[in-house]
Ligand binder design. Structure first.
Ligand code: HEC
Ligand code: HEC
Length: 171
């Protein structure tokens, strides 16, 4: 190998290495951008959000939700403070999500996420089961048996169809 061949080889190697480095940092940059585009995955402080909303409705806690909020179609008659508790415990916790699953933060009245309407339809289903179906089943343990979101969801958006853990003993 003469000097010239060695120099050529060196140049080719350097080119290859630098191409690899550029493409690697390029894909890393794209991955970072994709993360930034998904606000759901950014830190969302649910407690601070709820504290702010409670401040906004101060003095109107016991007023019907539809007179305090802008777009209440199902939870009519529910006191405003109670609506916030339903959002936190009834909806978010029982599905294992936070507010952003159904809402764009601070645009609470908008229906831009399909999950929000699904939640209304689910609430109607729960009402029908409780008021029209469960009531007519005889010989149950409770005097007024009810179901709610947790009965099916148990911390998941998609309720399970089979048991992954040991079946609890029947009493
Ligand atoms: C599973 C879906 C779901 C989740 C999760 C959820 N919400 Fe809601 N939210 C709804 C639905 C549905 C309504 C409308 C209820 C109705 O029409 O009666 C609503 C209404 C509201 C409203 C009233 C807005 C207006 O002006 O009409 C506020 C405020 C609100 N949610 C805040 C929250 C907060 C804060 C969280 C998180 C702690 C949260 N929500 C989590 C489904 C959800
Ligand atoms: C009788 C069982 C049952 C009850 C009770 C129930 N759900 Fe559901 N829910 C389902 C099933 C089944 C699905 C569909 C899961 C799938 O995609 O296969 C679902 C899906 C959803 C979804 C869509 C989730 C997603 O991200 O795709 C939302 C939102 C939801 N339910 C909200 C609620 C709320 C709020 C309540 C209480 C008011 C409730 N559900 C009560 C069975 C139930």
């Amino acid at each position: 190998m003469n000097k010239r061949t060695i120099t050529n080889l060196l140049v080719i190697t350097l080119c290859l290495v630098s191409t690899m480095l550029v493409s690697r940092s390029g894909s890393a940059r794209i991955a970072t951008d994709a993360r930034l585009k998904q606000p759901e995955q950014q830190a969302f402080d649910q407690e601070a959000t709820l504290a702010e909303l409670r401040k906004q409705i101060a003095g109107k806690e016991t007023m019907p939700a539809e007179t305090v909020f802008k777009n209440i179609q199902f939870l009519k008659g529910v006191p405003a403070a109670r609506l916030l508790a339903v959002m936190k415990i009834g909806y978010s916790r029982s599905l294992g999500v936070n507010c952003t699953h159904c809402h764009v933060v601070n645009e609470w009245e908008k229906d831009d996420k399909p999950t929000k309407q699904t939640a209304r339809d689910m609430a109607q289903m729960v009402r029908t089961i409780n008021n029209d179906l469960l009531k007519n089943i005889k010989n149950l343990k409770s005097e007024s048996p009810v179901i709610n979101c947790t009965t099916c969801h148990r911390g998941q958006t998609k309720p399970a169809l089979d048991l992954t853990e040991a079946v609890p003993k029947a009493d």
